[in-house]
Structures are given as structure tokens and as C-alpha cells.
Design a protein around this ligand. Structure first.
Ligand SMILES: Cc1cc2nc3c(=O)[nH]c(=O)nc-3n(C[C@H](O)[C@H](O)[C@H](O)COP(=O)(O)OP(=O)(O)OC[C@H]3O[C@@H](n4cnc5c(N)ncnc54)[C@H](O)[C@@H]3O)c2cc1C
Length: 552
């Protein structure tokens, strides 16, 4: 039977786009099958903040940050905590990926016109020992143009390849099955969905109007993770994090449905580390939602005080921005699936950022004039102020008694006791005037402000929370927000998928979130952040090059 292409890619998210453009560049013909419409090109990456993990970059060096491959690998391994037999390939991917982040990654992107905002962010700071979780130094490089800025070079390359006929997009084509002949994958079949011009990110119609079947000697699965499918998230929820949360909000669109993962598993592909996932605990309901249960993650600076649902401050080192899964584990152990920030106007102004391209019009729109306002600090960015005013999860009051009363009212409970919260805040506030400091969070503030990037745009000058001069007081109810899938199909460094018998399945590749961003779980248990888009770039590039070579 005639081949329709040399390679078929399932999914036009970032990973799929990278692989497809690499294939087309070798002169091979590639079909990209995508269940959503053309308006959704780029998948989740379009919505992303565009944060990239880079090591020893010129941006870091300019800010006086000393980084190295060795330090980054130490951080990665301490964060990943690889401890399973099935971590063999994830570990090899981790070593290769850190080398990519310290080497080719920045230059490769730059040659395609990608640019970086000059202030490097410091995500997942840890707080344990040198071999434990966290970034020893700031490494979160925000794309100038955020998510759309990372999609743009690959979309451009794809459009060029489209013109020459080497790349064909098949939008509204939903893959439902993979075909195999003599043990090798050789095609994709599925349903053609009715056209739908629904806005990007919104749920589209699933009405079937036809079917399709394409043949090719290589198929790359780039279908994303499971974060939009809460049933699957709950089914795979790791017991070490307690029972699955009864209430969650979605940090990803509904097309992140995990359906293709089951279809790929059905032909014998080996899915590993399915219980590893990366969800956030600082989720707020989007008052202007795009997708179902739409939540936004607050990217918090280090100063907000964090309380569980009963009003107890989270223990050290579980401060904002330190250890996402440590916080999730602690919160789930409280028997409640939410927690609280208490902060001041001075803190929100300087420290609150919201993850997502649409929440950062200054960086997304590449406007220096607007971006500079982050440093001049005249107010919180407009989207943050809009949340403060409109969002059900934000409470603003002039005094603590009113604040706590409103917090109790919001959850329709009486769990928070004013005196208990007041005692804890006053104790912390006493440490502000103490130059030696016992409170680990306050120590962290002083440490953060030694880094110029944090001092400029991320860390408020330490002050008393109850000082009215820094008011009003603000409380934010924080929900659990689903986002990333850390496990996936086990692959070798060429992104070739292993079967349950331990042998490579000929003709089958997996990349991006579907492959746990490479190998079936390059992150192990935890992430250093900015590593997901990078995982799509690296695994997509490897797969594209390897598949093009394999088909001869
Ligand atoms: C708001 C937000 C902020 C983020 N910020 C960052 C950040 O700053 N840094 C970072 O590193 N990461 C970030 N991420 C994560 C990152 O964007 C994603 O993990 C990554 O883009 C996933 O890419 P992917 O190509 O693997 O999958 P996706 O983007 O999910 O693309 C998969 C595509 O496959 C299609 N598909 C699925 N099943 C089928 C099927 N059966 N048939 C046909 N098509 C199918 C889907 O419709 C989709 O278009 C963020 C994510 C979000 C949502």
C-alpha cells in the first residue's frame, strides 16, 4: 500500500511542531494530525509563560549568577529523586537534557529569532540541603513574547514547509487508533470532526463527520498529558500525596485529555511513572474563564504568609516558591484541599505574577514601556489588580479581624481563629526588625534581595504584615490546579518507544508531555520549572531527526 507520508505526527502542540519541522527540514514528507482547529496551533505552549530552564546563560552571567552544568545536574538529580528500575531512561534523558540546557538550547533558539527577557527568575528554590530539591541559582528565563514567542519560530518553519508541500496539517483529525504490520507501527486512523471556529483554548465540538486513515513508516505521538481530564488525574493520583483532591481547577485546556495515551498503550507501548505529576497549590479560579474549570497559577514571590485551611502556618521550608510537591503533600495531609495566602498591598504589587501568556500582556506583547513598570513598581500589573477586584478567591480588608471573618465566610466555615492567626503574624513581624533573624522565611527574604533580579521585580522590601502603611491586607484562597504529567511512554534518546516486552516498537516515537518530556519521566518526582517547554524542544528535536533518519 502506498505511503501518505514519511512520518505522521499526532498533535500540533510545541513538541509536535518541533518534530515536524525538523523532519521537513531533512526533505522528508510529514503529516501533522491534530484534533483541534487551526486556531489552536501550538497547544498548551501558546498559553504558557514561556519560561525556559537554561544553565550558565549570558542573561545569568550579566546578573552576576554563577551557574554550571555540574551545579544544574546536582540540582536536577536532587529534585528528581530517581529511585525506580524504570528510571533508567529518565535518568539518561535528564543528563542529556541538562547538557542541552547548558549548551545548544539557547543558541539554537536564538538562531530562529527567539529572545529572552533579561531578568532571570528564581523558581523552586528548595530549602533543604545542597543535594535536595530546588534551584541553587535563578534559571527561569522568560521568553520575550511568552508562550506565543516560543511557538512562533516553529510555526514559521512549519508554514514554510507547508508551502513546499513537505508538511501537511490535518486539523480536526482525531487519531483513534494506530495500525501495525508485522510488529511495526505503520499508520494512524481516526475521526474527522466537524469544523468549529470556536476561540482558541475553548472546548470544540466532538461531532464526527467522517473518518480517515494515513500510512507512514514512522508515527510520532505528541498528544500531550492528562491534566485536563480530572478523572484520569484522580485515577493515577499518587497515594504518597494522600487521597485525590475532591475539588480541583484546570490549568490546561480540555484537549489535554490523555485519550491518545490509552490508545498508544493499547498497542503495547510501555507507560511508566504514571503516578508522577506536577500540580500547583497556588491556583485561583479565573474570573474570566477560557476553558472549563479554568484556573490560573499565581507565581508567588517569597513574602506572603501561607496558612493551611485550619489557620496554621505552613512549616519551613514550605514558603511560596520553594517546593511545589512538598506543599501539595502537606496540604493534602490537612484533610482540606485548599490553603491561604495572607499578604499586603506592598507584597502583591511587587511579588504577584500570574502564569500564562494572556495574563502578562506586557511580556506577551513585547512592550518595554509596559514591562518597565514591573520595576518602577507603581502598582500591581493590571491583570493582578483585575483579579484582586473581580476574583472570588481574593479578599481585601483594612484590618485582620475583618479579613479573617471574610475568609471564614468564603469557605462557609469557622475553621480560622483570629487570635491564632494574629499570634503567628505578630511573631513573624517581630523578626522584621531583628537583624539576626530566626524565622526561615524572613531569612529567605534577605537572601532573595541579595539577587538583583529579585530586588528589582520580585521581592518586596521586608516589612511587617500588620503595618497599616503597607495595607490593605489581602487574603487569597488557593486551590489545587492540575497541570503537568511527569510520567509517560518509556523512550530511548531517539524518542523510540519501548514495548511492554522491553523491545523497541518499530516505527513508534513519543515526545513532549506524552513521553514524560523524554524517556518516560525526565523530571523524576519534581521539576525545577521551565523544564517542560524545554522538554518538548529537546524530545521533539531528537525524535524528528531520528525518525527522518530511520525512514531512510
Ligand atoms: C498556562 C500554562 C503555563 C505554562 N507555563 C510554562 C512555562 O513557563 N514553562 C514551561 O516549561 N512549561 C510551561 N507550561 C507547560 C507547557 O506549556 C506544556 O507542558 C507543553 O506545552 C506541552 O506540549 P505538548 O506538545 O507535549 O502537548 P500539548 O500542548 O498538549 O499538545 C498536544 C496536542 O495534541 C493534540 N491531540 C491530543 N490527542 C490527540 C488525538 N487523539 N488526535 C489528534 N490530536 C490530538 C491536542 O489537541 C494538542 O493540540 C505551561 C502550561 C500552561 C497551560
Amino acid at each position: 500500500m502506498a505511503e501518505d507520508a514519511d512520518v505522521i505526527v499526532i498533535g500540533a502542540g510545541l513538541a509536535g511542531l518541533v518534530a515536524a519541522t525538523e523532519i521537513a527540514d531533512t526533505g522528508k514528507r510529514v503529516i501533522v494530525v491534530e484534533q483541534e482547529g487551526e486556531q489552536n496551533l501550538g497547544g498548551q505552549a501558546f498559553w504558557s509563560f514561556g519560561g525556559l530552564f537554561l544553565v550558565n546563560s549570558p542573561e545569568q552571567r550579566r546578573l552576576g549568577i554563577k551557574d554550571s552544568f555540574e551545579l544544574a545536574l546536582q540540582d536536577w538529580m536532587g529534585t528528581a529523586g530517581f529511585d525506580r528500575d524504570e528510571d533508567h531512561w529518565p535518568r539518561r534523558w535528564a543528563e542529556a537534557y541538562v547538557a542541552f540546557a547548558a549548551g545548544e538550547k539557547r543558541g539554537w533558539l536564538r538562531a530562529m529569532g527567539h529572545r529572552i527577557f533579561p531578568v532571570v527568575g528564581w523558581a523552586e528554590r528548595g530549602g533543604y540541603d545542597a543535594m535536595g530539591h530546588g534551584n541553587s541559582v535563578p534559571r527561569f528565563h522568560v521568553t520575550w513574547g511568552t508562550g506565543p514567542g516560543i511557538v512562533e519560530p516553529f510555526e514559521r518553519r512549519a508554514r514554510e514547509a507547508q508551502k513546499t508541500g513537505r508538511l501537511t496539517f490535518k486539523f480536526r483529525h482525531r487519531a483513534d487508533a494506530l495500525s501495525m504490520t508485522s510488529g511495526a507501527v505503520d499508520g494512524v486512523s481516526g475521526a474527522i470532526l466537524e469544523p468549529d471556529d470556536v476561540e482558541r483554548g475553548k472546548s470544540s465540538s466532538r461531532q464526527v463527520i467522517g473518518d480517515f486513515s494515513f500510512r507512514a513508516p514512522a508515527v510520532i505521538v505528541a498528544s500531550g498529558g492528562i491534566g485536563g481530564n480530572h478523572d484520569l488525574v484522580r485515577k493515577n493520583w499518587p497515594r504518597r500525596l494522600g487521597a485525590p483532591p475532591p475539588h480541583m481547577i484546570s490549568g490546561v485546556p480540555e484537549h489535554v485529555d490523555g485519550r491518545m495515551i490509552g490508545i498508544t498503550e493499547a498497542i503495547g507501548a510501555r507507560l511508566i511513572n504514571r503516578d508522577r505529576m506536577w500540580h500547583y497549590v497556588e491556583g485561583i479560579r479565573n474570573w474570566s474563564p477560557i476553558w472549563p474549570r479554568h484556573g490560573i497559577r499565581i507565581l508567588p514571590g517569597p513574602s506572603s504568609m501561607w496558612f493551611d485551611a485550619t489557620g496554621t502556618r505552613l512549616p519551613a521550608p514550605l514558603f511560596p516558591g520553594s517546593d511545589t510537591l512538598g506543599q501539595l503533600q502537606y496540604i493534602m495531609a490537612t484533610g482540606h484541599d485548599y490553603s491561604w495566602f495572607i499578604l499586603t498591598q506592598s507584597i502583591i504589587k511587587k511579588e504577584f505574577a500570574l502564569s500564562g501568556s494572556e495574563q502578562n500582556p506586557d511580556l506577551t506583547g513585547k512592550s518595554w514601556r509596559m514591562t518597565i513598570k514591573r520595576a518602577t513598581n507603581e502598582g500591581a500589573p493590571a491583570p493582578v489588580e483585575a483579579f484582586k477586584e473581580n476574583d472570588a478567591d481574593f479578599i481585601v480588608r483594612d484590618n485582620l479581624a475583618d479579613l479573617v471573618a471574610a475568609m471564614n465566610a468564603l469557605v462557609n466555615d469557622n475553621l480560622l481563629k483570629l487570635e491564632y492567626i494574629k499570634t503567628q503574624i505578630e511573631a513573624r513581624d517581630r523578626e522584621i526588625a531583628n537583624p539576626y533573624v530566626k524565622d526561615a522565611q524572613v531569612m529567605n527574604l534577605h537572601n532573595a534581595r541579595r539577587y538583583i533580579g529579585d530586588r528589582l521585580i520580585r521581592t518586596a522590601k521586608p516589612h511587617r504584615i500588620l503595618d497599616p502603611a503597607h495595607g490593605p491586607l489581602i487574603a487569597v484562597k488557593l486551590n489545587i490546579l492540575t497541570r503537568k504529567t511527569l510520567g509517560g511512554f518509556e523512550t530511548d534518546l531517539d524518542s523510540r518507544v519501548f514495548g511492554n516486552d522491553g523491545q523497541i516498537i518499530r516505527g513508534l516515537f513519543a515526545i513532549g508531555e506524552a513521553a514524560g518530556f523524554g524517556g518516560g519521566g525526565v523530571h523524576g518526582y519534581r521539576s525545577l520549572e521551565g523544564t517542560f517547554l524545554g522538554g518538548c524542544l529537546f524530545s521533539g528535536r531528537n525524535a524528528g531527526r531520528a525518525a527522518a533518519k530511520a525512514v531512510g
